[in-house]
Write a protein that binds this ligand. Structure first.
Ligand code: ZN
Length: 113
C-alpha cells in the first residue's frame, strides 16, 4: 500500500526545485553526486513517461527498478514462481553484482561530470 502512495506522491508532485523533498546530504557536503542523486526527479519523469529525462537525472534507476521490483516480489510473495525466482534474485552473487554496479555507477557518474 505504501508503495502505491509513494508512486502517487511522486507522480503528483515534482521534486525539481521544491523545498519539500529531501536533499542529498552527500552532494550538499561534497559537491559530488551519490548513486541515488536524481532518483526523485527521475521517478517523477518516469511516472510521466519521460524516459529521456529520467536517464538524464539518474540512468542507473532504469536498471535498479526491475531488480528492486523482483526483490520486492520474491520477498513478499509466497508463490512457487517467487520461490524459483528468489534463488536467482536473492542469490549472494546477484546481490554482490548489483552492489558492484552501484559503486561503478557512482564512480562513472562523477568521473563524467
Ligand atoms: Zn545524492
Amino acid at each position: 500500500m505504501i508503495f502505491f502512495v509513494i508512486l502517487i506522491f511522486y507522480y503528483r508532485y515534482n521534486p525539481e526545485g521544491s523545498a519539500w523533498f529531501p536533499k542529498c546530504w552527500f552532494h550538499a557536503s561534497t559537491g559530488w553526486e551519490c548513486p541515488a542523486c536524481g532518483v526523485q526527479r527521475a521517478l517523477h519523469a518516469l511516472l510521466h513517461g519521460d524516459v529521456r529525462a529520467a536517464i538524464g537525472y539518474n540512468a542507473f534507476l532504469l536498471l535498479a527498478i526491475p531488480y528492486l521490483l523482483l526483490l520486492l516480489y520474491t520477498t513478499a510473495s509466497r508463490s512457487d514462481t517467487s520461490a524459483r525466482l528468489r534463488r536467482y534474485v536473492q542469490h549472494r552473487y546477484t546481490v554482490r553484482i548489483y552492489l558492484v554496479l552501484i559503486v561503478v555507477w557512482w564512480i562513472v557518474r562523477n568521473w563524467l561530470q
